[in-house]
Design a protein around this ligand. Sequence first.
Ligand code: MN
Length: 131
Amino acid sequence: MSGKLILVIEDNEKNMKLMRDLLQYEGYEILEADTAEEGLRLAGEYLPALTLMDIGLPGMNGFEALKRLRASSATAGIPVIAVTASVMTQDHQKITEAGFDGHQRKPINIDEFLEAVRDTIERFGAERLTE
Ligand code: MN
């Protein structure tokens, strides 16, 4: 499992481009999926160090995709950060309760976003090493 590989599941091309540019500039490798179905396939095949997940996706949404990732032993340990445009407190609560490992809001705050990416990969990478 590469600590530098990040899966981004996002159907909006502009948002995808922004995340791609930011993450590649920081030295991460990224896998891109514009549907949850494709994201699940890539997660199972490449076991990324982190998944960034949009919630509103064509077909399966981000909540269902998270459930499926967690239901498979191969992908259950991959941390998943929700990246959503929803600003309502109840949406944030729903995301936390669903079991996401973090929540970043769009439009992305660059410093906060990159810090969350770094911290989450470090935290989960360390947990894996001690298992
Ligand atoms: Mn979307």
